[in-house]
Design a protein. Structure first.
Ligand code: F6P
Length: 544
């Protein structure tokens, strides 16, 4: 397995880092009026400005050399062709097949997967239309007004983020989401609901996840208590790859929507895992969402590396995480509807690339796995932006915004619109981060000399601005695919398997082992004094 740090571009980038210490974004922009035009790229409807980064044309050239040296194109082609690039699980990685048009062909493991994908999409559409039109009735003959998706991780974050983002397009039943085994999650979502008009979608790729099966069992008890055992068939459907377990749980496999082991959980929002979203917005809008993803898949597959948005953005992430030593990336949607985007992207990037060994098991000796975090603007400006502007850390940021609002409102004096102010804030923040304000400029404002140092804005703080005309099913699908492929590019460069997640298993096993200790009578012997003491404390407080 090749070690990327031994490639010439990696070593050149490492040396190039010190050359960049002599320049800053102010100087780079002042010296180069064509910078913004050159350092920008479009993908589908997205215009992406990456000119406010600590890079020069040399940096971009070296990063592209790195992509070539790591074999980004051949790995991409192998993924898109259905090769088993998830080597530790010996699986193909074909979430892109979920958004292929009906007419496409994609042989994986010897069979064309596209017909199966569309058979499931058709079944989902048939079911969603029945629920939406009122043809699907609950056990008492009433129509469904609320669909609750019970799932966790990729079986929750994708549909929950998308349902919230596309609320403007929702004209079907209310979509709600329950994930946590904390009983507060289910009870809060069930509160005020009429069991006779509630449908549960139990979403789990494996159908073995304890949180999901426990919540589904509790939801089933809630329903049966109100409507009786016979009501289950009309109020529970499943989304899974595991028909046997679905049947064991008591859901008729006829009411199961399948997907395949070549769809990773965090890449599954375009699969049947999106059923709750389809019920809310309808099959036609869901098809637009998938088509948006496909647009960026095509861009990723065909655009030359120097004009390939996911490649460029993925490389920038490598530049900051592995070369410049940035610890995190802030994701700042200037869109309240995208409030769950940072959480969704956290699973996407951190479960995919949070690895410290390469595909052959050898340890990496550089940082991998970007840490994403963030909140919508402008809220974040009144919370953590102080640290972004004047703190000691290097935190590249992604600003994500839309030129138009779906429902705009006038400003206080009626001369402008709230979306206009929102956008002005987004632009201002990126501008201030990049260009700051010097001591001379602060002093020239007549600032008390004692305060000048406090008011200096250092600038030279990097950001990408991702801009689309409006938040639509299509532009949202495009945005998701943009990030999915960035994560892929980074995984190839770091030489890791982005599609397994062994690191989450041990905690699950130990939780199962520890659960009885919380109610046992014998003095706890969990293997360490910290856990023993915590168990004793919990027992004492639970007895009170
Ligand atoms: O624990 C991690 C994980 O396996 C994720 O990768 C996955 O998205 C989530 O759990 C839920 O898994 P499932 O869909 O099988 O219930």
């Amino acid at each position: 397995m090749s070690d990327v740090t031994r490639t010439a571009p990696w070593q050149q980038l490492d040396r190039h880092r010190s050359e960049l210490e002599a320049v800053d974004l102010r100087g780079l922009f002042a010296a180069d009026p064509g910078r913004a035009q050159r350092l920008s790229v479009t993908a589908g409807d997205w215009y992406i400005d990456y000119s406010k980064h600590r890079i020069t044309d040399t940096t971009v050239g070296l990063l592209l050399d790195l992509a070539r040296a790591a074999g980004v194109e051949s790995h991409r082609d192998a993924m898109l062709a259905g090769e088993h690039i998830n080597t530790t699980e010996d699986r193909a990685v074909l979430h892109t097949a979920l958004r292929l048009p009906r007419s496409a062909t994609l042989p994986a493991d010897g069979a064309n997967v596209v017909p199966e994908v569309h058979t499931v999409l058709d079944a989902m559409a048939g079911f969603a239309e029945k629920v939406r039109s009122g043809t699907w009735r609950g056990a008492t003959g009433q129509t469904i007004t609320t669909v609750i998706n019970i799932g966790i991780g990729g079986s929750d974050l994708g549909p929950a983020m998308v349902a919230r983002a596309l609320r403007h397009y929702a004209d079907g039943p209310d979509a709600r989401f329950v994930a946590n085994i904390d009983p507060a999650d289910l009870t809060a979502q069930l509160s005020g609901l009429d069991p006779a008009r509630t449908l549960f979608v139990v979403a789990s790729k494996t159908f073995t996840t304890i949180e999901t099966l426990t919540n589904a069992t509790a939801a089933r008890r809630w329903l049966v208590a109100a409507l009786g055992e016979d009501a289950v068939a009309a109020h529970f459907v499943a989304v899974s790859t595991n028909a046997t377990k679905v049947a064991e749980f008591g859901i008729d496999p006829a009411n199961m929507f399948g997907f395949w082991d070549w769809v990773g959980g965090r890449y599954s929002v375009g699969s049947a895992i999106g059923l709750s979203v389809m019920c809310a917005i309808g099959p036609a809008r869901f098809a637009e969402f998938l088509a948006g993803m496909h647009t960026v898949d095509e861009h990723f597959a065909t655009a030359p590396l120097e004009a390939n948005a996911p490649v460029l953005l993925g490389l920038l992430g490598v530049w900051y995480a592995s070369v410049l030593g940035a610890q995190t990336r802030a994701v700042l949607p200037y869109s309240q509807d995208l409030a769950r985007l940072p959480a969704y992207l956290q699973q996407l990037t951190m479960e995919s690339n949070g690895k410290s060994v390469r595909r052959d098991g050898s340890p990496v000796d550089h940082d991998t796995g970007e840490i994403f975090w963030g909140e919508p603007g402008t809220n974040g400006q009144h919370a953590f932006f102080q640290l972004l502007h004047q703190g000691t850390r290097l935190i590249p940021a992604d600003f994500v915004g839309f030129a138009t609002a779906l429902e705009d409102l006038p400003t206080r004096d009626g001369t402008g619109s709230m979306q206009q102010v929102l956008l002005a804030n987004m632009l201002a923040q990126a501008k201030v981060l990049a260009f700051g304000k010097t001591a001379a400029e602060v002093a020239a404002d007549g600032t008390d000399p004692a305060l000048v140092a406090h008011k200096v804005m250092p600038g030279n703080r990097p950001s990408t601005t991702l801009l689309a005309p409006a938040l639509t099913p299509s532009t949202l699908g495009q945005l998701i695919a943009l990030y999915e492929h960035q994560v892929f590019v980074q995984g190839v460069i770091w030489g890791i398997d982005s599609f397994d997640q062994w690191g989450v298993e041990l905690g699950k096993t130990q939780a199962l082992q520890l659960a009885p200790a919380l109610t046992d009578e014998a003095d706890p012997d969990t293997g360490d004094s910290s856990t023993d003491t915590l168990v004793r404390t919990i027992r004492r407080w639970r007895r009170k």
